[in-house]
Design a protein around this ligand. Structure first.
Ligand code: ATP
Ligand code: MG
Length: 592
């Protein structure tokens, strides 16, 4: 008689590197703690208790033989080996053919996840989707020091996931103190995170100051110059010279001043100079004499002679033109001709330029404060170090930023923060060359709807943001600046950026293009787990990457204060009594 223990109900019938096939006689007995198995459940395959191969069920099928007897076939994906309580990825240390196969117990699965990392490193924000009692710790260092992607269709739970992760990260502490040293900057395009982070350092269009003089050449030209216009070359060369000269004028102590140097210049003085160029007249007999009509030159007998006009070198001329708009003697006299740029080529540029600079909606770039604010103040504000408000989370609400400068705004802020990391590292390394940690105030930058700022597109309007963010994607790790990109259209994000992500939270994704794109970027060993992507529930995700011991389908914890992105209960709202529309308030908001 066969004893209970040796009776074989299930056996391994074939082993491939990426798959094991198991035949089960009585499926109703092949379960553990009365929980039936399903796709995604774990099996252990072993010959002895010390070493066991852990595999995840990928599919079931039923075979009926000639006698009408049913046999159940299970295909499972081997994940790794549990040996003396420690889990190792990969599974070739098991003797073939292994005989015993059983469902893994909750304890065994827990052991895999729990023993994966030291207590110090653990960061937990989810449970196993198939068993919520099993918490899924990930390695917090490996998670935050490489870039993170959160992808999923609309309503799959990306914003809630981002909120959960950051809420938990900023609450974690190693001891008794008020604020920990976590630093997160969120670019909030839909203004939905304020409710999730009530204590955040909140920046929106009303208090954002990003002075124009911090823009690099590409960004400045993107805003101020007309692309593709015939006279573009003229415009940009005049503009470059004037900006460079004006930067030199205002930063005389500094030796190396270039067009791109992030130092103050006075944009109104540049406008003065452009307008002087437009109106300029010169002495046709002596081309370095400029006919400024302020009685300093003589007109003899209604005509100019060779000594009329103010003689100036080109740098004296620029300096004088910065000072204000001058009146020029008209060209009626045949000895007075128009200046080089006074043929109308700068007219449109000047008008466009002045209208941009005076626009109310762009006052965060060009307004009065942009001339008085200091670099230090901007950096401290962006990093949550404002004197009266130290904050772990800085929330940059972009909803009021005009669309045409959105990319530039994001680009500039990202660049300032990256360069902070870069120079901070340089400073630390110089002070203490033996120092191993390059940046002891590392920063996470969170981009909601990342495809909007860094699309897979070469259009010039995205160029600056792409450059800044791609640079962080490639080099940020060394300087303590990490990206978290959330997107519902992963296939539309710059591939350079996306392929640098090491940890993925892939939520429900229904668009086949996006699915394929994400599949390409994920490791091959995922097997059929990845096919579950279209069927995940809200808040469920496939968690893959360096920071997790095993790719797993998890349920992300609900966040404490949700972002204001909740589904609207249409059906219930529609059944309520007719509501009045606050049209005056809506209009006022619209026009703000
Ligand atoms: N972890 C979770 N547990 C339970 N429900 C969740 C979870 N995450 C999200 N949800 C629910 O799913 C809905 C959509 O979530 P969320 O706004 O985060 O989606 P999203 O992916 O950011 O969508 P969109 O791309 O449109 O911004 C919300 O109503 C929320 O209550
Ligand atoms: Mg969202």
């Amino acid at each position: 008689m066969i004893s209970e223990e040796t009776k074989i109900n299930a056996e391994v019938i074939s082993v491939y590197p990426d798959r094991v096939k198991i035949s089960v006689d009585k499926l109703e007995d092949f379960k553990i703690a009365e929980e039936s198995l399903r796709v995604g459940s774990y099996l252990k395959i072993s010959d002895n208790e010390n070493v066991m191969l852990i595999a995840i069920i990928e599919n079931f099928s039923i075979e009926v033989n000639d006698k009408g007897e049913k046999k159940y076939l299970i295909e499972a994906n081997p994940l790794g080996v549990l040996k003396d309580g420690k889990f190792i990825r990969g599974g070739d240390s098991i003797a073939i053919p292994p005989k015993k196969v059983e469902p893994a117990t909750e304890d065994e699965i827990n052991t895999i996840y729990c023993n994966a990392f030291s207590e110090q490193e653990k960061f937990v924000f989810s449970s196993l989707a198939s068993n919520e009692r099993i918490r899924i710790p990930i390695n917090g260092n490996k998670f935050f020091n490489k870039h993170i992607a959160v992808v999923g269709s609309t309503g799959s739970g990306k914003s809630h996931t981002v909120a959960t992760i950051i809420q938990k990260a900023v609450k974690a502490k190693n001891g008794e103190f008020q604020l920990n040293n976590s630093h997160v900057v969120i670019f909030d395009i839909h203004s939905e995170y304020k409710s999730a982070f009530p204590d955040a350092n909140f920046i929106d269009i009303s208090n954002l100051v990003l002075p124009y003089w911090l823009l690099n050449s590409e960004e400045l030209e993107e805003i101020l110059l007309e692309t593709g216009e015939r006279d573009n070359y003229n415009q940009s060369s005049v503009f470059r010279t004037l900006v460079t000269e004006n930067k030199k004028k205002h930063n005389q102590g500094q030796t190396k001043i270039f067009y791109d140097s992030p130092v103050y210049f006075d944009i109104d003085e540049v406008i003065n100079a452009i307008n002087n160029y437009r109106n300029e007249t010169v002495n046709s007999k002596c081309s370095d004499r400029y006919m400024i009509d302020d009685n300093t030159y003589t007109i003899i007998g209604g005509s100019t002679d060779v000594n009329s006009g103010i003689k100036m070198t080109s740098s004296e001329r620029i300096a004088m033109y910065f000072e204000g708009e001058h009146v020029f003697h008209p060209t009626k006299n045949q000895n007075i001709t128009k200046g080089d740029y006074a043929d109308g080529t700068l007219d449109k540029f000047s008008i466009r330029f002045q209208s941009k600079v005076s626009q109310d909606r762009l006052s965060f770039l060009f307004g009065p404060e942009s001339k008085t604010v200091t670099f230090e103040k901007i950096l401290l504000q962006l990093l949550g170090y404002a004197p009266d408000n130290h904050a772990n989370v800085t929330l940059i609400d972009l909803s009021g930023v005009p669309f045409e400068v959105l990319s530039i705004t994001v680009s500039l802020i990202s660049r300032i923060i990256f360069e902070y990391g870069y120079f901070y590292k340089r400073l630390r390394n110089r002070a203490k060359p033996e120092e191993k940690i390059n940046n002891d105030i590392p920063i996470l930058l969170v981009y909601e709807e990342a495809h909007k700022y860094v699309p897979n597109s070469d259009l010039s309007k995205y160029r600056s943001a792409k450059q800044s963010i791609e640079r962080i994607a490639k080099e940020g790790r060394k300087y303590g600046v990490t990206l978290l990109l959330a997107s519902q259209r992963p296939s539309e994000i710059s591939e350079t950026i996306f392929s640098q992500c090491n940890n993925f939270i892939a939520m429900r994704l229904t668009n086949p293009n996006d699915q394929n794109y994400v599949k390409k970027l994920l490791p091959d060993t995922l097997g059929k787990l990845i096919d579950k992507m279209p069927t995940l529930k809200a808040g469920e995700a496939l968690l893959v990457g360096e920071a997790i011991i095993l790719p797993s389908i998890v349920q992300i914890d609900e966040c404490e204060n949700p972002p204001s992105s909740n589904d609207i209960p249409f059906w219930e709202l529609w059944k309520e009594e007719w509501k009045d529309l606050a049209i005056t308030e809506i209009k006022a908001e619209w026009r703000k």
